[in-house]
Design a protein around this ligand. Structure first.
Ligand code: URA
Length: 203
């Protein structure tokens, strides 16, 4: 019954959204995760930043983008003149998906079904926030917001018009962290250019 209620009732306030998120059992990821990681930031922010899913540190803290990817993003945003603190930051999938490694929990990509189930929350966040611009970080966020995750490298730096409003696509900071050193400076320059465009669009 709870699942059915969740289907019909699109939360009409941030409080109802957060209560629904805490109780969410739409997909199996709620089981192993420490906690749900809701979006964070001002509820009147003109910019919504969407990542993939919480990582290990975010799962423990209950706050998005506080780990290494978030720190790299903050660094690149500062260089682009984009104030992350003024943005609402969230993820396409709100529970950490992982497998146990020898030393630590290892990130596993969310599958299509998990992204689909979590879209209900992402759509609600867009409806409540009404951002002027959405910044999609990487393939999962791009897929959740535009309908296809394909070709993010080619689509980055472009703004696509979607049912959620304009979506600016850029690379995910975790992708930069995984790159060989030789590729990283160009990728960082690309992301800084995209974030500069976002800052200009909102100025
Ligand atoms: N990567 C993401 O996509 N989101 C986070 O919150 C942290 C890392």
């Amino acid at each position: 019954i709870r699942e059915q209620l969740q289907e019909v009732a699109q939360p009409a306030s941030w409080n109802i959204l957060n209560a629904g998120l805490v109780a969410c059992t739409r997909c199996p990821l709620h089981g192993p995760a420490t906690q749900i990681v809701p979006g964070a930031g001002p509820h009147d922010a003109p910019l919504m930043i969407v990542g993939e899913q919480p990582g290990d540190q975010e799962d423990l803290a209950g706050v998005p983008f506080v780990g290494p990817a978030g720190q790299l993003f903050d660094h690149l945003a500062a260089r682009a003149g984009l104030d992350r603190g003024a943005a609402y930051v969230t993820n396409a999938v709100k529970h950490f998906k992982f497998k146990e490694g020898a030393k630590r929990r290892l990130h596993v990509n969310p599958n299509t079904s998990e992204v689909e189930h979590c879209k209900f929350w992402l759509q609600t966040e867009v409806q409540l926030l009404k951002p002027r611009l959405i910044l999609a970080l990487g393939g999962t966020a791009t897929g959740a917001l535009t309908g296809t995750a394909a070709g993010v490298m080619k689509r980055r730096g472009t703004v696509e018009q979607t049912a959620h409003g304009p979506v600016l696509i850029t690379l995910h900071p975790s992708a930069l962290l995984r790159m060989p050193d030789s590729a990283r400076p160009q990728a960082e320059a690309d992301v800084i250019a995209d974030l500069t465009l976002a800052a200009r669009m909102l100025a």
